[in-house]
Write a protein that binds this ligand. Structure first.
Ligand SMILES: Nc1nc2c(ncn2[C@@H]2O[C@H](COP(=O)(O)OP(=O)(O)OP(=O)(O)O)[C@@H](O)[C@H]2O)c(=O)[nH]1
Ligand SMILES: [Mg+2]
Length: 261
């Protein structure tokens, strides 16, 4: 159980790649929305100078930190490095938050309240009652809904918005789910983590959020990212079914041996 004091130590991790038009305003909004939280910008050596802006923000404000990474390695790798950084420094709650304006910092207090109320992991959700999308083309809505429906059915997890990236984790949750095994790079990373949390028996709660399409900069979403998610979730589902089958066979044979005696 995490102590209440530890839950007050919040680190918001913002992975960035070419977010020079967004990083300052999102950092300022976060600082205003949750003044006690610290922010770690994990930049993959963005060619547009995002890292320099992040350095300036950090030099002006002791709550802002920067991790400079050598090159573009995917948002999953940036989050894993950010989690390591935060766990090593004793943060009690770690939050994932995009830089592009899609996640609303003003909604973070509601995610933190759900953590304080007992959740081990909180997912900001577009597809629960009260959640919403602003300015997304129908094709993106379809991909997102189809992705979540696919994971719900194939992996059997009761999560409406499996691919959402605005999440809060207790440090104990991250420590308890073998992050060293995570290889997912793209938005599959978000499915990977909620799938792990549920498999490890953690309490996952979804809270409604408003998701707004970015106004500035380019999306890093690509066909490869969708393909990665499809391949990995398919393999996880097969493995999951294999384990279920093995358990069923073991309990059947175990029972029949017992009955023969
Ligand atoms: N450090 C790092 N950050 C990344 C990388 N790829 C994406 N990001 C960041 O991760 C966040 C989400 O990326 P987006 O490009 O918005 O991708 P997305 O949210 O999945 O896709 P959209 O819904 O189209 O915006 C943003 O803050 C990006 O700057 C990467 O390779 N390294
Ligand atoms: Mg985005």
């Amino acid at each position: 159980m995490t102590s209440t004091d530890a839950l007050d130590r919040v680190l918001v991790i913002i992975p960035t790649y070419n977010e020079s038009q967004n990083i300052e305003s999102i950092t300022n909004r976060l600082r205003k929305a949750v003044p006690h939280a610290h922010i770690l910008i994990a930049d993959d050596n963005s060619p547009d100078g995002t890292g320099d802006i992040a350095d300036r923000l950090a030099s002006d404000d002791s709550h802002v930190h920067v991790m400079h990474r050598t090159g573009k390695q995917g948002l999953g790798a940036a989050y894993l490095a950010g989690f390591d950084w935060g766990l090593a420094r004793g943060y009690g709650v770690l939050v994932s938050h995009d830089a592009d304006g899609s996640h609303q910092p003003e909604e973070l207090p509601r995610l933190l309240t759900a953590i304080n109320d007992g959740a081990d992991m909180v997912k900001g959700s577009r597809w629960v009652k009260g959640g919403s999308i602003v300015n997304w083309p129908a094709s993106r809505v379809l991909i997102s809904k189809a992705g979540s429906l696919w994971t719900r059915i194939w992996l059997g997890i009761p999560v409406k918005d499996a691919t959402g990236g605005f999440n809060a984790y207790r440090a104990t949750t991250l420590r308890g789910m073998n992050l060293t095994e995570v290889a997912s790079a793209g938005y599959c990373f978000q499915i990977d983590l909620v799938w792990r949390a549920i498999k490890h028996g953690f309490k996952v709660v979804e809270v409604p959020i408003e998701f707004v399409e970015r106004e500035f900069g380019d999306s890093k979403m690509s066909r490869n990212i969708v393909i990665e998610a499809l391949i990995r979730t398919t393999l996880w589902g097969i493995e999951h079914r294999f384990h279920q089958l093995r358990r069923a066979v073991t309990s059947l044979f175990g029972r029949s041996r017992h009955e023969v005696r």
